[in-house]
Design a protein around this ligand. Structure first.
Ligand code: GLU
Length: 268
């Protein structure tokens, strides 16, 4: 049995891109789960969460209850971080964006970017000592890769190797300031907790996937398979963003569109 999930952040109205992602996820397996990714409590809003349930039900989707909400899972994330800390793979970081940009020599236009933006130059990298602190924690990627060994994962039905991550992603943040966790860590811990076997997500997140494969290996979690789907774009070819309210599902609903119309619009 294939278990999939749709994992939106309740930070804005769902648009056509979300509808497509949710329909792809629901159609790719037999068991469909929903997860509310609300670790960023400064941006998550209950009215957006309520609208997500409403829009998805209107689209004809059904999911298992209770719905997992990341804001309730901090202890699980801290436990995973502690595991990595005790393996000597995390270190505290005190750099801000400006420090990082300044530390990167000649960060010209087109300078290498990882899944989270500028690749961290390693300024704070150190051997961890003592108890795990609060605040920003980064993964020592080179040490993590050495520990994890040679890794492969299934991406769109093909086996791919995890390669070069120290260069292409660098020491990613696993605990963000004031959040105690991060997208990368939470998604890995939760996909395992929900026993997701096929992660479907937009191709814009494909770069983050090998980081997740490394974390799964380090934490002793199973590797799901991955399917990275195309993005729904506007007429100018730009990917849709949360602020594109014009593309909000609620707008199309208000104008009388049917769920079948939405499927057609996103090319399903
Ligand atoms: N929460 C993420 C988003 O809103 C997607 C999670 C994932 O597929 O890993 O884009």
């Amino acid at each position: 049995m294939i278990t999939t999930r749709f994992a939106p952040s309740p930070t804005g109205p769902l648009h056509l891109g979300h509808a497509y992602a949710a329909l792809v996820a629901a159609g790719a397996g037999q068991r469909f789960l929903l997860r509310i990714e609300d670790i960023d409590q400064s941006r998550a809003r209950p009215d957006h969460e309520a609208a997500i349930y409403d829009d998805l039900a209107w689209l004809g989707l059904r999911w298992e209850h209770p719905v997992m909400r990341q804001s309730a899972r901090l202890p699980a994330y801290r436990a995973a971080l502690a595991q990595l800390w005790n393996m000597g793979l995390l270190y505290p970081c005190h750099c801000n964006r400006r420090d990082i940009a300044a530390a990167i020599e000649a960060p010209q236009e087109g300078a290498q970017l990882g899944p989270d933006g500028l690749i961290y130059p390693g300024t704070c990298r150190a051997q961890p000592a003592g108890p795990m602190p609060e605040g920003v924690l980064r993964l020592n990627m080179a040490a993590a890769l050495e520990r994890a060994g040679q890794l492969t994962y299934v991406n769109n039905d093909k086996v791919e190797r995890v390669e070069n991550l120290a260069k292409t992603c660098g020491d990613v943040v696993l605990a963000r300031r004031d959040m105690g966790t991060s997208y990368h860590l939470s998604v890995v811990v939760d996909d395992a907790a929900q026993a997701v076997t096929l992660v479907t997500r937009g191709e814009d997140l494909a770069e983050a996937t090998p980081v997740h494969v490394v974390l799964q290996a380090l934490l002793g979690l199973p590797h799901p398979e991955y399917l990275h789907h195309r993005l729904v774009r506007d007429d100018a070819g730009k990917r849709l963003a949360k602020r594109d309210d014009a593309r909000a599902l609620a707008r199309y609903r208000a104008e009388g569109a049917s769920p079948a119309d939405i499927r057609r619009m996103v090319g399903l």
